[in-house]
Design a protein around this ligand. Structure first.
Ligand code: ZN
Length: 298
């Protein structure tokens, strides 16, 4: 632990520079990929979406500039301690000033912390957090904290518990509803557009205010895949994963129950149910309701 802690505060990138200046084509591609039509990101006074912060620092296949050896040494040390697997766990960003086309970013990354050994469902290991400060000239534009878990994988049991949903402050209301057996759809109070999954703002009008409507529970299978591979410990293949279109006009990914995986079809009418799993986990699922006529979509 002492050897690991010695890496805290060491730089993992010094005076790195963005491979391209902030530019409209990359902003446009990003917005198209995200489905973000907010007007602030187009036109002569365009700014970059704040969440693109990391994109301007990415090294691509040819690698980063400014990289030091400290981070690789730390990962090697963790490998030697048996923590040979890695998973990215989360990132946090702070936005200090907007980035606009033409801005040339530079960045410095520091190894901010190496945690004590922690036990997780994946295995025991150490969380490593890096912090990248992104600048334009002398001005701090934002910070990007990135956390990985380097861990020693545990041999997998026959069946693992079902993965639990990631609940955060944007979607907590949705999961509160599910626990009460209510499927709540966010609705923009500015323009009335319903949305799912839950988001902090409206992709149609940009409005931040919302209320909820409770789903009637009627839906149809909009699309589906049947999983054969790769095997996932909590599930026994083959099984169908469906994209359900709710009567209210939003779509969500869920399981179809009450019908064999090879009988799931596009247009199959389904009805909402709530299933209870181990450790008080409640999930919305959809039961095939073949007698019912598909609802008119929108
Ligand atoms: Zn709206």
């Amino acid at each position: 632990m002492e050897r690991l802690k010695a890496y805290e505060g060491l730089p993992s990138a010094v005076a790195g520079s963005g491979k391209d200046p902030v530019n409209l084509p990359m902003i446009r591609h990003w917005c198209e990929a995200m489905g973000d039509t907010h007007p602030a990101y187009t036109g002569p006074d365009a700014m970059a979406p704040p969440t693109m912060l990391q994109a301007w620092t990415m090294g691509g296949l040819s690698g980063h500039t400014g990289r030091t050896e400290a981070y690789d040494e730390l990962l090697t040390l963790l490998d030697e301690a048996g923590c040979t697997s890695v998973v990215a766990t989360d990132c946090e960003q702070e936005y200090v000033r907007p980035l606009r086309p033409g801005d040339e970013v530079t960045f410095d990354t520091v190894i901010e912390s190496v945690s004590e050994r922690k036990t997780t469902k994946l295995g025991s290991g150490h969380f490593v957090t890096t912090r990248t400060d992104i600048r334009v000239g002398e001005d701090l534009a934002g910070t990007h904290r990135f956390r990985i878990l380097k861990y020693a994988p545990v041999p997998q049991r026959e069946t693992l518990p079902r993965p639990r949903p990631v609940v955060n402050r944007d979607n907590a209301g949705f999961w509160d509803g599910v626990r009460q057996h209510r499927l709540l759809i966010q609705r923009c109070t500015g323009c009335g557009t319903p949305r799912h999954p839950w988001l902090p703002g409206c992709n149609t009008c940009g409005g931040p205010d919302w209320d909820t409507v409770e789903a009637s529970g009627e839906g149809t299978v909009y699309s589906y895949v049947v999983m054969h591979h790769p095997p996932f410990p909590a599930f026994t293949p083959p099984y169908a994963v469906a994209l359900i279109e709710l009567a209210e006009g939003v779509r969500m990914i869920s399981n179809v129950v009450g019908v064999a995986h090879d009988k799931v079809r596009i247009g199959l009418p389904v009805r909402l149910e709530f299933q209870e799993y181990e450790d008080a986990l409640v999930l919305p699922v959809f039961r095939a309701a073949p007698g019912r006529r598909p609802h008119e979509t929108r």
